[in-house]
Ligand binder design. Structure first.
Ligand code: TYD
Length: 222
């Protein structure tokens, strides 16, 4: 059976990832593709248990290195229980946040040793690199406004509550990853209206599916 496709969605707070993932999922299902739609931190029962510890801030006193380890532990379970089996079944996996969130949130705004983070990343993903990563790029001021409107009276989570300068550094860190790994990353301007963003996401994903289909067709003899 042909291997599936693993697509991750990344970006700062309020960039509109979840809405766009739902829209893309509807389109892909309508075309008959089998999908697994998932998210991090979480996505498997074990990782969902860790999610609450991380997002409530309960793990913050452990320090950034231990938080990074918890994200990685959750990721490892998610990869082995959900993502890898789905890709091996030939499905398209749409994942809301993955390793780039750790590179950006745990890496870019802390003084953790980059080699340590790279080692933790390797162990957590165990070879399961995304085939494609769509980065939603948005001015953090606008993103935080949107996130706060969505949240209503609830308090911001552990990572949303950081200063604007931290959110700005995260944005730059995402753009730096996209520059370093252009074969995997696509940056989309998330300030555009919902339909425009949806069209950009759809075009990128359907182009990748075309390439994959062409690669799996038997070669014509010359
Ligand atoms: P979530 O409520 O899922 O938010 P969002 O809609 O922004 O994706 O919260 C996930 C939070 O966890 C988000 O602030 C980013 C943070 N995070 C990390 O710090 N490291 C990670 O590896 C992951 C996956 C998420």
């Amino acid at each position: 059976m042909a291997r599936g496709l693993f697509i991750t969605f990344e970006g700062g707070e309020g960039a509109g990832k979840s809405t766009q993932i739902q829209r893309l999922a509807t389109k892909l299902r309508a075309k008959g593709y089998k999908l697994t739609v998932t998210r991090e931190p979480g996505g498997s029962p074990g990782a969902e248990a860790v999610r609450h510890v991380l997002l409530s801030g309960a793990a913050e006193p452990f320090g950034p290195a231990m938080e990074a380890l918890l994200f990685a532990a959750a990721r490892s379970d998610h990869v082995e229980q959900v993502i890898r089996p789905a890709v091996e079944r030939g499905e398209i996996v749409l994942c809301d946040r993955f390793l780039d969130s750790s590179r950006v949130y745990q890496g870019a705004t802390s003084d953790l040793d980059p080699e340590l983070l790279a080692t933790i990343e390797r162990v957590a993903i165990n070879g399961m690199m995304p085939d494609m990563t769509i980065i939603f790029d948005l001015d953090p001021e606008e993103g935080l406004r949107r996130a706060s409107a969505r949240r209503g009276a609830d308090t911001p989570d552990r990572f949303e509550k950081e200063t604007l300068a931290v959110h700005q550094r995260r944005r730059e860190a995402y753009l730096a990853i996209a520059e370093r790994e252009p074969e995997r990353c696509i940056v989309i301007d998330a300030s555009a209206d919902l339909e425009t963003v949806e069209n950009m996401v759809t075009a990128a994903v359907f182009a990748a599916l075309e390439v994959r289909a062409a690669q799996s067709r038997p070669r014509q003899e010359a």
